[in-house]
Design a protein around this ligand. Sequence first.
Ligand code: FAD
Length: 374
Amino acid sequence: MNADYVIVGSGLTGAVIARKLCDAGRSVVVVDRRSHRGGNVHDHVHASGVRIHTYGPHYFRTNDDEIWDFVNRFSPFDTYEACIKSFVDSRHENWPIAGSYIRRAIGADWQPVFRGTPANFEEASLAMMPRPIYEKFVKGYSEKQWGVPATALSADLARRFDVREDDEPRLCRHRYQGIPSLGYAGLMQKMLHDIPVVLDCDYLQNRGEFAYRRKLIFTGPIDEFFGFDLGRLRYRGQRREHTYLPDVEFAQPCGQVNFPDPASGPHIRQMEWKHMMPAASQCSVRGTVLTREITADPISPNDYEYPFPDRANAELYARYRKRADANPKLLLCGRLGEYKYYDMDQAIARALVLAGRILTIDDAHETIIQARTA
Ligand SMILES: Cc1cc2nc3c(=O)[nH]c(=O)nc-3n(C[C@H](O)[C@H](O)[C@H](O)COP(=O)(O)OP(=O)(O)OC[C@H]3O[C@@H](n4cnc5c(N)ncnc54)[C@H](O)[C@@H]3O)c2cc1C
């Protein structure tokens, strides 16, 4: 197959770039080695009628009108503002941590422990809260998630949570929050509806089948693209265990419960998907489905989920990046191509910028060719 652009990966990054290039009249072919479109945001429906996010819970949120309008082109959204609880001392407590909890547990005049510039994740967390709170809510969860002591993790990771003085129970405060009414699978199907997509095909094993006139856009793992020849980047992945309870209406108080205590088991969190469905759809479901996530070092690149937040991997990535940037006919991007955790709205925003740059370069190229032939 040949096209102006071959795009490897039908996840949000590849699909948004494909959509924008196609809208601008470019020919595009998308290749994915999975058997479905949508990459990591894919979802499916359990026999009970419960919709499950195949690769872990995906809560869409954005403050940006352009991104909200863009995703609503493909599916309306049902409002869903995620509320998460942490199971601590046999009680469901708010996550992120509520100021009222710290006042109850420690006293009204509590102080964070660490002062100065944090050198690692533990110090960055202790800059926000007293040590006993850190140990109950944060340390165990993070060490289960990453499989290393919290002192070995980057301080930047602590930017992903806060302590809520106002006890706001919602995980996020964004203006727009929801889950696509058609499911993520339906949204991605619509985004790519008129674009050729080749599924069940690993591009790296079948390069000869695809020719591009302008650029190869690759959204898979950057180290795999280069045959791991500088070494392997580290990732964390998750094993998921599903349990169907046919005779239980709801088993937990909200869609996601975190389990920070190492004594509670190897899982870091448990989802109850029914909470994420609109009330009208919940009524037609018999029972409920729970999913536990247990993190591990993945072997197959297909199971890579989180880039590892430490300096050694950041440095290795920078070496691969330099090599990728030296090839003007190659764009390596997305969460795996840039070895960077992007929320969905950030992945879309980045893809819109990249597509805009590609089209600007194309237009400049056309102008030069026209000037030469005039
Ligand atoms: C567990 C988890 C939970 C998350 N929850 C949220 C959330 O609640 N809210 C939020 O905003 N964001 C969330 N995210 C982030 C969200 O998943 C990403 O923003 C999004 O997946 C980025 O899309 P992408 O296209 O860059 O990558 P992907 O979705 O991973 O797409 C890459 C695609 O490339 C394909 N591919 C790779 N290599 C090849 C190859 N050689 N040949 C062919 N195909 C190939 C893969 O099969 C895949 O389909 C979560 C992420 C994870 C890991």
